[in-house]
Write a protein that binds this ligand. Structure first.
Ligand code: UDP
Ligand code: UDP
Ligand code: UDP
Length: 489
């Protein structure tokens, strides 16, 4: 049955910088196309990484029916960013200028039905949506738990918790001068064990909250605060998660026990990967030859580079664990800066020679989701970027969480609670301390050997696939959202 084109809702998708943001938007775009929606993809230019520009052009050439709008982000002169991270700088610049998208959107034909936008442009895009009289959904690219934390930021940044985190909090002994928490011996009071309570939700350890969140003046925090304030005014938040993965947080928000000002939360994940002809996978013949569940995949996302020293500890721990491996190694934050020669320089030629039958180290872009779906993979050492967590869950692969920054410790909490992963909290944030090879070796062995973990991960994989299958909760959420857009045409 063909659907009349007049019933096609026209949706503009507006992702922000980085593959972790672009990927779920492209995956969602595929879903929307399969539901016969007309799409406009807005991409900020210039992109920060080569991976983004090559994925955008590959996706568009596969889907010529998509209308593409390049949004030229004006450079910000008065940035209060104190970070030199190019992704942060782009977030902030896009956030500040997102209202400028108005004329581009107003001139589209057929007229728009809805804008699906990233959280970092919620404020500007929200205003444009009201102006144009179109619906506005936010697409969240992180866990519901971390989204809740961000939604709570306007309160958190003004609370005493900030003082606890930066060590300026004080203990008051009535009648005496207050004592700074930082001078109290840890056995009496350990600030590392302090927790942040978001009313209605399970408390979050202070140690899992990104340090910039305790500083309201930090550029990233300020950008988020201004955008989360717009959340209550949007029509819903589409989440790359599924009901049985984060049930407690979801029910607390839905029952209005927590963050009662949030709009409807719509879990639509795990979003499935879209087939892109990006590269020839040179690791595939090797991987296909390995025994079932014998290989550990190590990958820390698209923009995390470990220190040289940490890479060497990981190399030794991995080799001594004795397991087969596929290691995707990034040595620079932005892929443009990568250099092929780094591999030997970082790892040493003798390691590569000794392990040539045991594993592969790759510096290029790999199809991570496809690798996770390969029967040879038995475990995944991951930084817990949310896309990676969802990909592991969907494929039922157990994870050794090694969160580095941002939302990743919160995501690791969620992953561990869902039973899919193990995590040693003492490893700290990335670069906080050097994690030694024997710690890494032990944890990799635990990952590859724990039967309970394997069984639970497999069960979670089945639940994930049920959620996105016919009649599943995630599939229903997206189908109903699209149906309501079609109805209002
Ligand atoms: N990814 C990939 N190949 C790579 C590196 C990353 O396919 O070589 C994908 C990964 O599967 C995920 C996304 O890029 O879908 C990275 O997002 P994530 O949220 O896991 O981490 P981030 O890169 O944002 O830190
Ligand atoms: N907002 C909105 N509709 C409203 C009120 C607020 O869309 O009726 C959005 C708008 O994007 C605004 C943001 O919420 O910039 C925060 O507004 P609020 O007045 O709560 O906070 P302020 O920025 O003044 O601290
Ligand atoms: N980072 C990130 N997402 C976040 C927070 C941090 O990607 O939500 C990255 C970013 O590269 C940043 C680095 O982690 O520059 C260090 O972050 P940290 O939390 O130590 O904050 P900062 O050094 O900016 O104060």
């Amino acid at each position: 049955m063909s659907v009349s084109k007049t019933c096609q809702p026209h949706i503009a998708l507006f992702p922000s910088a980085g593959m972790g943001h672009l990927t779920p938007f492209l995956r969602l775009a595929s879903v929307l196309l399969s539901h016969d929606c007309k799409l406009t993809l807005i991409t900020a230019h210039p992109t920060v990484s080569v991976a983004e520009s090559s994925h955008i052009s590959s996706f568009l050439s596969q889907h010529p029916e998509i209308n593409h709008v390049e949004f030229h982000v004006p450079p910000t002169e008065h940035s209060h960013t104190i970070s030199d991270d190019p992704f942060f700088i782009q977030f902030e610049a896009t956030s500040r200028s997102s209202h400028l998208i108005r004329p581009l959107l107003a001139s589209l034909t057929p007229p728009l039905s809805a804008i699906f936008a990233d959280l970092v442009v919620a404020n500007g895009v929200g205003k444009v949506a009201v102006d144009l009289g179109v619906r506005n959904y936010i697409v969240s690219t992180t866990s519901l738990k971390f989204l809740s934390l961000m939604a709570y930021l306007p309160i958190l940044t003004t609370s005493d918790a900030a003082k606890l985190a930066d060590g300026t909090a004080e203990i008051e002994i009535p009648g005496l001068t207050p004592l700074p928490v930082s001078s109290i011996p840890p056995p009496f009071f350990n600030a590392d064990h302090a927790e942040i309570e978001i009313p209605g939700l399970t408390p979050l350890p202070v140690s899992s909250i990104p340090p910039p969140f305790f500083n309201a003046d930090h550029g990233f925090t300020a950008t988020l605060v201004s955008n989360v304030k717009a959340l209550p005014y949007c029509n819903g938040i589409l989440m790359n998660t599924f009901e049985s993965f984060e049930p407690d947080t979801l029910s607390a928000i839905r029952d209005k026990r927590a963050l009662s000002n949030l709009p409807p939360i719509l879990p639509i994940g795990p979003l499935e990967s879209c087939e892109l002809s990006i590269n020839q996978a040179r690791y595939l013949p090797w991987l296909n030859d390995q025994p079932v569940k014998s290989v550990v995949l190590l990958s820390f996302g698209s923009r995390t580079a470990m220190s040289k020293d940490q890479i060497r500890e990981l190399r030794d721990g991995l080799e001594r664990s004795g397991h087969r491996f596929l290691w995707v190694l990034k040595t620079k934050k932005v892929d443009k800066d990568e250099n092929e020669d780094d591999l030997e320089d970082m790892l040493g030629g003798s390691f590569l020679e000794r392990t040539k039958n045991k594993g592969m180290v790759l510096k290029e872009w790999v199809k991570q989701e496809d690798i996770l779906g390969n029967s040879a993979i038995g475990g995944f050492v991951s930084h817990c970027g949310w896309n990676s967590v969802m990909e592991a869950a969907r494929n039922g692969v157990p994870v050794l969480a090694w969160p580095q920054h941002g939302d990743q410790r919160t995501n690791a909490e969620v992953l561990e609670k869902a039973g899919v992963g193990i995590w040693d909290r003492t490893w700290g944030w990335g670069n906080q301390r050097l994690v030694k090879e024997d710690e890494i070796r032990r944890k990799i062995n635990e990952l590859m050997k724990q039967v309970k973990l394997k069984i639970k991960a497999k069960m979670v994989g089945e639940e994930a696939r049920k959620a996105i299958g016919n009649g599943g909760s995630s599939k229903s959420s997206i189908t109903e959202t699209i149906a309501s857009l079609k109805q209002s045409l």
